[in-house]
Design a protein around this ligand. Structure first.
Ligand code: F6P
Length: 537
């Protein structure tokens, strides 16, 4: 641990010992201006945290020490920063308009990216216009995307987020291997007008392959050989897509330098494009690119991903908070917390550093959340008065998509601002006592009531405000979070781009399948055996 880490800890300890609160930091007249950043109409406010000017300097020094800027350049130029898999990390190239050659493995990758994007555009236009016919010569009304993890969460989240822009076929998503999922999605759909996209980077994922076989059977039962014209695939494994009988012209490929959880910018985003059209999809990519440019060029103190990452480090390592809540005050971002769970926790849920040592500090926190205002009526009680502090991350648009329901949006904004303020300022015992007395309580009864009505406050939050949830803004938001995860991963010295931690469970599931099917064998422990017995049909 470097000197900077110790100085940060001392800064935090001193502030605690002095009883300094977040509200005290607002005595500095420029608190909001100094602790907020802007990019292309978007504002990130980190002023409602316990980070003071000295701590910010130290956090920026930490970023410098970890060479965040150097690693950022390495990522964008295609160095193999995913060192355990020996791969470049170039999801940023999928959204770039740049044409200057970007060389990976001796070849310029730009032409192939453009070719795939053109292929997607053509396909989407044909499906949306009705030019691409169903087996019976009609028009596709529905699209079912079969994928899981990065091949589901991104497109599912973004498609829901951009509902006001939907003018193409209806898009549905099947991910869970639980037969209930595909049953409930296919029920009510007509195979004669449904296009099925099988999305899997590896094309080996058990859940996706199982659901794909069920969907193909569903199509074949209704359409016979015509089913083939209702299938498309998205994958890096083009040989495997052929094995499943998907025509080559309907296969959209991408390379191994795109991580699954970073893949919605390319062909994995096909359902988004089908729903909103190629032009809007381009705006979405442009939002991501705008955030890339900001990340690469903005001064450190003005740099939104850097600041957000540093706030994350502060909360996780210096304050010791184990989780963070993502609270979009935007119903259409209701799936954002689930999406960020994969982006953040699969990226930074690591315990071994680049040098192969077990990390001496905390790494990725638990990410969770729910759309506001719904969350207020569920778990906000704990945020305000629970015994653990949960840093909150609010997201709010200046404008909704329903101008005729402006009163709704005013309420949404007021609630969002009220929550971050309440978390920070709390309510003192004296103020609570006054309220209890006003409610008719006296003496000890009033004091007891006041204890329960006291809010400790001093609970940190950050707020991301954007003009409106457009495709461009969504692109900015997702790229912002991607780069935040990157910044944190670099400072923690971990590899944010592999996911070995999901392998063991997969292996054990394969080993247990014969036991579940009663095909012989014994469980490795009494608990699993006992559960197997209980689950025997
Ligand atoms: O199990 C984790 C994971 O490998 C994720 O990283 C990935 O997004 C998901 O599975 C799906 O993988 P694929 O796209 O190869 O089916």
């Amino acid at each position: 641990m470097s000197d900077v880490w110790s100085k940060l800890r001392i800064n935090h300890r001193n502030a605690e010992a002095a009883g300094r609160s977040i509200t005290d930091l607002f005595r500095a007249p420029d608190r909001f201006d100094t602790f907020s950043a802007r990019s292309d109409g978007m504002l990130l406010d980190v002023s409602k945290t316990g980070i003071d000017a000295a701590a910010l300097d130290l956090l920026l020094a930490l970023a410098q020490e970890a060479d965040v800027a150097g690693m950022r350049a390495a990522m964008f130029r295609g160095d193999r920063i995913n060192f355990t898999e020996d791969r470049a990390v170039l999801h940023t190239a999928l959204r770039a308009r740049e044409t200057k050659p970007l060389v990976v493995d001796g070849g310029d990758i730009r032409p192939a990216i453009q070719h795939t994007l053109d292929q997607m555009n053509d396909f989407a236009r044909e499906v949306r216009s009705g030019g691409l016919k169903t087996a019976e010569g009609g028009r596709f009304s529905d699209v079912v995307n079969i994928g899981i993890g990065g091949s589901d969460l991104g497109p599912a989240m973004a498609t829901a987020a951009l509902a006001p822009y939907h003018d193409g076929p209806r898009c549905h998503f099947v991910s869970n291997v639980d037969g209930a999922h595909i049953t409930d999605v296919l029920r009510g759909l007509d195979p004669a007008t449904t296009l099925v996209i099988i999305a899997s980077k590896t094309f080996t994922t058990t859940e996706t392959m199982t659901n794909a076989r069920t969907a193909i059977h569903w199509l074949r039962s209704a359409l016979g050989n015509g089913a083939t014209s209702h299938l498309a695939a998205v994958s890096t494994a083009l040989d495997r897509t052929a094995e499943l009988g998907i025509p080559g012209a309907r296969v959209f490929g991408f390379a191994d330098w795109v991580g699954g959880r970073y893949s919605l910018w390319g062909p994995v985003g096909l359902p988004i494009m089908l729903a909103i059209g190629p032009e809007r999809f381009r705006e979405f990519l442009d939002g991501g690119t705008a955030m890339d440019a900001h990340f690469c060029t903005a001064e450190p103190r003005e740099n939104m991903p850097l600041l957000m990452g540093l706030v994350g480090i502060w909360h996780r390592d210096i304050c010791g908070y184990g989780t963070r809540a993502v609270l979009p005050y935007d119903q259409r971002l209701a799936r954002l917390p689930a999406y960020l769970q994969q982006l953040d926790m699969e990226s930074n849920g690591k315990r071994v550093t680049r040098s192969g040592e077990v990390a001496a500090h905390g790494t990725g926190p638990i990410v969770w959340g729910e759309a506001g205002t719904n969350g207020q009526h569920a778990f906000f009680q704990l945020l305000h008065q629970g015994t653990q502090v949960v840093p909150a991350e609010f997201l709010i648009a200046a404008e909704g998509h329903e101008p005729e329901l402006g009163a709704h949006h005013d309420l949404l904004k007021a609630n969002c601002l009220a929550q971050s303020e309440a978390l920070m300022t709390g309510r003192s015992f004296d103020a609570a006592l006054e309220i209890a007395r006003a409610a008719g309580f006296e003496g000890d009864a009033a004091r007891r009531q006041a204890q329960h009505r006291t809010f400790p406050g001093n609970r940190p939050s950050i707020t991301l405000a954007y003009p409106k949830l457009t495709p461009f803004a969504l692109g900015q938001i997702i790229a912002l979070y991607e780069h935040r995860v990157f910044v944190e991963g670099i400072i923690w010295g971990i590899n944010s781009f592999d996911q070995w931690g999901v392998e063991l469970g997969k292996e054990l599931a394969n080993a247990l399948l014969p036991l579940v099917r009663d095909e012989g064998g014994e469980a490795k422990n009494a608990s699993t055996q006992g559960l197997l017995d209980a689950l025997r049909r």
